[in-house]
Every structure is written in C-alpha cells, then in structure tokens.
Design a protein around this ligand. Sequence first.
Ligand SMILES: *[C@@H]1O[C@H](CO)[C@@H](O)[C@H](O)[C@H]1NC(C)=O
Length: 413
Amino acid sequence: MPRPWVRLLAVLGITFVLVLIARSYNVAARIQLSWPLAVHPDGADDGAQIPLHSKPPTKGAFKAGQAANTAPGAFTRKIVAVGDLHGDLPNAHKVLRMAGVVTEDWHWSGDVDLFVQTGDIIDRGDDTIKLYDWMEALRAEALTHGGQVVSHLGNHEWMNVIGDWRYVPQTEIKTFNGPSARQQELMTGTIGRRWAQNYSTTSRVPLHPSLGEVNTDYDPSNSSPLSHAAISFVHGGLAPSYPDLTPFPSKINSIAHSLLHKLQHRNPPPAPHPPNPYPGLTHDATTAEHRLYGTDGPLWYRGWAMEPEQKVCAVVDSVLQKTGTRRMIMGHTPDFERIVSRCGGKIVIIDTGISHAYGGVLAALSIEYSLTPLAKASASDAKRWTEREVVTAVYLDHQDVLAVSEREIEGSF
Ligand SMILES: *[C@@H]1O[C@H](CO)[C@@H](O)[C@H](O)[C@H]1NC(C)=O
C-alpha cells in the first residue's frame, strides 16, 4: 500500500507529462480552431463550427491609398470594405486607418472613394454608440470629399430590433443607461433612425460611374461590356435558393425596409429575450419578410462560406448573372486568420473576427478599379480601353492579392 505522498507525487508526475504532451501538440491553438457562431432563433444552424484554413499568407508591404493605375485619362475608383466590428471601436479605427479610409485622428482621409461596412457593428462589445456615431460622422465627411460610406444591417442589428438580445453584454446596456433606454434608442431613437435611413440590407456598388449611383438596379437588358462592372455586398450571403434576388438590389431592400418599419414601430415594444421569450417577427410580417430573416436569407445564409468549393463554384455564376455583379462580398462567417476568397475571387468573405471579443486578425478588403484609354486617345473620344480590377486583402503587416482581372473592352463610357 503506497503512502499518500507517493500517490500525490504519482498524480503530479502524470499531470506534468500530460501538460508536456499537450504543449508539444499545441493543443491550445487547436482548441481555438473553431468558434461557436451566432445561432438563428429557429436553431437550424445550431452548433455550427467554423473551419479555419492553414495556408500561410504571402508577405508584402502595403501602402495605404496606392493607386492601381494612374495613366493619363484613366478613371480609377478605390473601394475598401470591412466586415463585422462587434462593439470594438479601437480595433475598428486600426482597421480603417490601416486600409487608408481614415486619418490617425479619426477623420475621412479622402484616399478612398467608397467605404463599405457589411453589418454587425453591434453586440459582443461595448462600443455600440461610439461606433454608430463615428460611422455617421464619416458618412458626412465622405460626402464633402466626393466619397461615400455604404452601410449594411447585419443579423445582429436585426436581432436587436426584434428584441433578441442573446448576444448583448450587460456592460453595453449600461452605456445606454439601461434596457428600456437602449430599446427606445434602437427603435425610434437616433440609432434606429440611422438604420432606417442610412443602412440597407444589401447593396450593388458600381465600379464605374456609367452604371449609375450605388444601389442602381441591375438592368438585364444592358448589353454594355460594363453591364456587370459592379459588386454586391451583404452581411450573410445571397443564396441561389433565395427567391427575392431580383430586381437587384431594390427587391431585398424594399422587403427589408418594410419589415424594419414594422419591427421598429411595434407597440408595445417586445420585452427583451432573454429572460423573456423570443418575440419573433411582428404578427403582420409577410412570407417574404420571414424569408428575408430566414436561414437562407441575406442576413443569415452561410452557404458561400461553409459549403464545399465544388458546390459553391457551380452555382455562383447564376447569382452573379441575376444581380449584375462580378463578385459578392460578405461578412457573418468569420475566419480568424484571413479574408477568404473562393471561386477565383467571385466570393469574398471579409469577417475576420476584428473585435477583441473574437481576437481574430485585423483585415480589410481593397478593390482598385481602373479604366484606361488605350494608345494615345484622350478619355473623351476613346473607343478602346484597358479595364483592370485588383482585389487585395490588407493586414497590418502584409497584403494578399486575391484576384487581378484585366481585359480590353470597346465602347464609349
Ligand atoms: C444619414 O446621412 C446623411 C448624410 O450624412 C445625414 O445628413 C442624415 O442626417 C443621416 N440620417 C440620420 C437619421 O442620421
């Protein structure tokens, strides 16, 4: 019979050996290889985990605001897109600064033409009010520089107007002075009115001004070589099975506008869940409005991020065709190491878990477009052009070129 101290030594010894083994296999790093995703209230994607990729990023220096092409007569447009920010103002500033959208002192730099944010500014962190205030300040500053801020509602903005507060930290509620003040603010208060007025659920952003303003509907009768020179942005994804893709983007945005109005003017407003029961959509919500908030709707869909490559690449062109776009850019499903490009850059997923709530990598997507007259022709009488689009993932210490498309086209633009 061993004495108690011998048993204790044996236990300590075994523990020590187990710790050594765990360290050598880098168990901690492996445990972080997946993260529970926000769960749709219907629970359809309950327990889903995000796989991570292990491809090492290529190194290189990124100069903020560098031009893709500065030849005389060239039209250039630079778009920067950033994914889920989840209540982290300092990290949001680092990312926008790194990508050249803002200056060190938080102002619009004037170095980019469009800044796109794909939703989920709220939840999991405390800086909700500060982030929405900053976005509105940037929107106004951008306009005075001839730039534009394009903002989207993510599933978390929608959850909060529904009364689904499962991912709201108690410390964040204090910044609003309590739950009822918070609810009022998100319904018909300042933030709620901004959502209704200056945020959309999806957008179509033109690469060239001949396609019109942001959110001009795709016209399927347009036979110009630039008919699809646009990019769609959405929080979750534009699923091939989703019935209301067209006309794009106005169909989705008008359904969303109507649903948002119903939810924000619900009287009395629903008691937050938890601890109260999940309130769901308003009783008068239409089938299309339920579908918008469904698991294959634009706010929750994860198929482009999680389905196998062969499957997504077989159907991506059908959605690009219908929406009059070349690429689809979305957040929602994070990869904590990098921006994910699939099917040669036709699908780009930009949620990298920027908020300290996740501790992912700080990343932004840069799209540099140029249309340059060929030979000596001036821009006004040119008939032949080189069109070029460079899509780059930008990180603090390096950049990754995800896609380069270049071709010659003919026409007057
Ligand atoms: C929406 O943005 C415009 C342009 O910056 C601004 O004038 C307007 O006040 C904003 N709307 C709300 C409700 O804040």
